[in-house]
Design a protein around this ligand. Structure first.
Ligand code: ASP
Length: 346
C-alpha cells in the first residue's frame, strides 16, 4: 500500500498518524494498572516529572520523554545528552529511541551530533516520517529541519576527562598528560562504568510507553551505534504485556535483543523481576568470546534491565547486581533495589 493511501485509510479508521500522541487510546485487553513510572538509577527526577504529567492526564509517551529531557540537559550526567562523554575524537554522539505502546509505533536516532535532546528528535522520526531510524548527518539535518538548534554538547569537564584519557592511552605517542589534571575524583569510575537513562510509564488510560537515551560508551569509535536506539535491544514496549528498557554494554544487548526477550518472557508468565533475571542469565551464557571475560572467566561488563507489566508490577536485574532503580508508583518516588545474577568481587 502506498504511504499516502495508508495515511488516508488510517485517518478513516479514526487515526491521525502524524499526531498520534495527541490522542488517547484505550488498550485492547483491559486496562493496565497505572499510573506507574520506572527508570534507571539516574532517573529519579525523570520519574517525578513523568508522574506529575501522567497525573495531569498526559499520555505516557509525553510524560517519559519530558522526564528524560531533564537528564539529557543536565551537564553533570556524563552518560546522557549535554555533558555526555564524547567519542574517541572528542565529539559527543547521541543515541535514542521512543516507543508508543497503543500504536506500537517507534522512532530512533543514532550517532546524532550537536542536538541536546535526541529523544525529542526520535519522537519526531516516529511522528513525522515513514521511517523508524535516522543516523548521523541525516538525523542532524532532520532535527534542524524541525527547528532544533545546533550546539556544542562537550562541556569543559567532559572535555578534560576525554583529554586525560587520550593523553594517558599510550607511552609511545606524542601526548603528555598533566601531573595534576583537573578532572573529577571519580575519573576511573566515570570512564569505565556505563550510564544511559531509560524510562517506562503507564498512564491513566492504562497505556504503556518508553524511551531510552544515551551518549553511549565513552570514547567509542566515531559512528558506533549502541543498543539504546534499537527497538528490541535498548527498549521494547508491548501495550498488551509490558515494557523493558536497558542500560549497560550495548553490544551484548544488541546480540541478544534483550528487551524484546524480556517482554516475551513476561508474555509467557514471568514476573518483570524474573524476566529481567532470566535475560541477564541469557546474556552471560552468550558472552563466549574471550574479550568479554575477566581473567577469572567472569564477564567484564554489566548490562541492566528494568521492566514493568500491565498489572503494574515492576522489577530490575543486571549481570552484576544488585540493581538500583527509580520508581514512582503514584504515591512515592524512590529508589528500589533489583536483582543481579552475579556479585562483583575483586
Ligand atoms: N547502553 C549504552 C550503549 O551501549 C551505554 C550505557 O548504557 O551506558 O551505548
Amino acid at each position: 500500500m502506498k504511504r499516502r493511501s495508508f495515511l488516508k485509510s488510517s485517518a478513516l479508521a479514526g487515526f491521525s498518524m502524524p499526531f498520534i500522541h495527541k490522542l488517547s487510546f484505550a488498550s485492547t485487553t483491559g486496562k493496565a494498572a497505572g499510573p506507574l513510572v520506572i527508570s534507571s538509577a539516574n532517573g529519579l527526577r525523570a520519574t517525578a516529572k513523568a508522574m506529575e504529567m501522567i497525573k495531569g492526564g498526559a499520555d505516557a509517551l509525553d510524560a517519559v520523554i519530558a522526564g528524560v529531557n531533564i537528564v539529557e540537559e543536565d551537564p553533570n550526567d556524563h552518560s546522557v545528552g549535554y555533558g555526555g562523554l564524547p567519542n574517541e575524537e572528542g565529539v559527543v554522539e547521541l543515541d535514542s529511541c521512543v516507543m508508543h505502546g497503543p500504536t506500537h509505533n517507534a522512532g530512533s536516532v543514532a550517532a546524532l551530533r550537536n542536538i541536546k535532546n535526541p529523544s525529542k528528535v526520535a519522537r519526531l522520526v516516529m511522528e513525522r516520517t515513514d521511517h523508524e531510524l535516522l543516523v548521523g548527518e541525516g538525523a542532524l539535518r532532520f532535527a534542524k529541519a524541525h527547528g532544533f538548534k545546533e550546539e556544542d554538547l562537550l562541556t569543559d569537564e567532559a572535555r578534560k576527562v576525554w583529554l586525560h584519557w587520550k593523553e594517558t592511552l599510550s607511552e609511545t605517542d606524542d601526548w603528555f598528560p598533566e601531573d595534576n589534571p583537573d578532572i573529577p575524583a571519580n575519573y576511573k569510575e566515570l570512564t569505565k562504568t556505563t550510564g544511559t537513562i531509560t524510562c517506562l510509564g503507564i498512564d491513566l488510560n492504562g497505556n504503556i510507553s518508553g524511551v531510552t537515551t544515551t551518549s553511549g560508551l565513552a570514547f567509542k569509535i566515531p559512528g558506533r551505534v549502541g543498543d539504546s536506539p534499537i527497538i528490541g535491544a535498548g527498549l521494547y514496549v508491548d501495550n498488551e504485556v509490558g515494557a523493558c528498557g536497558s542500560t549497560g554494554r550495548g553490544e551484548e544487548n544488541l546480540k541478544n535483543l534483550s528487551c524484546f526477550l524480556t517482554v516475551e518472557l513476561m508474555r509467557n508468565g514471568y514476573s518483570p523481576q524474573e524476566a529481567c533475571m532470566e535475560t541477564a542469565r541469557r546474556i552471560i551464557k552468550h558472552a563466549k568470546i574471550p574479550s568479554l571475560h575477566r581473567a577469572d572467566g567472569r564477564p567484564n561488563f554489566n548490562v541492566r534491565f528494568y521492566a514493568l507489566n500491565k498489572k503494574g508490577e515492576f522489577g530490575a536485574a543486571s549481570v552484576y547486581g544488585p540493581t538500583k532503580f527509580s520508581v514512582h508508583d503514584g504515591k512515592e518516588n524512590k529508589w528500589h533495589q533489583g536483582g543481579g545474577v552475579l556479585k562483583y568481587k575483586k
